[in-house]
Design a protein around this ligand. Sequence first.
Ligand code: BES
Ligand code: MN
Ligand code: ZN
Length: 497
Amino acid sequence: MEFSIKSGSPEKLRTGALVVGVFESRKMTAAAAAVDAASKGRVSEIIDSGDMDGKAGSSLLLHKLPGVNAERVLLVGLGKEKEFGIREYRDALGASIRALRDTGATDAVSTLADTAPRKQGSAWGLRQAAIVTLDVLYRYDTHARNKKDDSRALTRLAFSAPKKGSTGAAETALAQGAAIGHGMALTKTLGNLPPNVCTPTYLSEQALDLGRKTGIAVTVLERADMQKLGMGSLLSVSNGSRQPPKFIVLEYRAGKKADAPVVLVGKGVTFDSGGISLKPGEGMDEMKYDMCGAASVLGTMQALAAMKLPINVVGLIPTVENMPGGAATRPGDVVKSMSGQTIEILNTDAEGRLILCDALTYAERFEPACVVDIATLTGACIIALGHVTSGLMANDDALADALFAAGQTSHDRAWRLPVWEDYQEQLKSNFADMGNIGGRPAGSITAACFLARFTKKYAWAHLDIAGTAWKSGKDKGATGRPVPLLAHFLLDRAGKL
Ligand code: BES
Ligand code: MN
Ligand code: ZN
């Protein structure tokens, strides 16, 4: 998709399709009113006829309106003006893109960005416009036998220039949104790929490829390297698999040399069978998504490079397959982590924390400003927050606040849960420094408490994306979350928000 900013009166624009908004109760946006005036009241007539009532999610395509240069005009319902907020704005954008996708127009001009809630500002509106557009147009067809014909697809989309502010600022915001949208697409595709393709080795190849394309420095540690480092916890998870484990290190350094980096750590379990503590069969295919944390680190780093943010960011991806082979770790096994702490593995299905803890210890060598891990860590998080909100846990209030705010701004939201000492009791073991499970109560929190034992040396936050990284059911697929949250967090740190 080629995005641009276009100024000029809506009715004069030469384009395949012009998108204008109409509220319930007949109120038109300025652009709709301009089209109405140029066409001598055609839009009003249509509203009066009842064919477009302005209801949220509705749209109506008109051809060759007199006095209007665009070949088509797409009316988009915006709902009640008083209720028009972030969510309604994003929904209207989404509805407009879905409607455009079904027309023959290959280029379009949308005036919907003018309706962005004033509190958020026009840069926000344009950034969101690009993100939502790419989100809606994303298609996974890597293994489809009948790929869709793209020759008549929408390829150029312009948004009207904001009334206030420079075109340069508008273009920057649009480019940021495009970078984030493309980052999400990478995250989605890696998540959607089948687990026989997307293995730890495949992820490491994709990371190296990203490095070649962006200049990000990428190194891949092999099993022997991890053995030398003492990553006994991480390695224990891969024992039952034929797939070799990998530890991917990505370094993006565009900030000052002296600036401590942000370190992002992504859980990369390319398939989680549960291991010897085997999961039930139903829906087990969805455990291919257990590498979405890793995929979100790759997607975010791709966006970061595209936006050329002047900061330092390190990505760490411990990646393994959790399988019940003959050499698999057993419940009762005790392993030694890189930190020196020992772990009694009581359930081999609580494997995410076992690979993350060694990555979190490895993160110390970067003397980080902060560390954020991203993981499809607990089913309990879905019970607590559903599929709407990611879990956010931290040992540092300022970091938690910054991530929360980034979630609000990007509408990729997270909600904080406590990691108080009181919960640590649940991880006690008679045979090692800790067990790897904390029982049923507060399962997401005890998982974070486990990680907290490895993050004492820096400011740390944990995002549990078990409920938000993918959708089940008929629209089954990865969502690209929390790339928007992470990208906005980094944009803010870089002073570019
Ligand atoms: N990858 C799963 C968490 C998960 C489950 C994510 C369902 C999304 C949907 C994780 O490795 C896991 O199996 N966690 C266990 C932990 C338990 C054994 C303490 C869980 O949540 O049941
Ligand atoms: Mn598991
Ligand atoms: Zn898992």
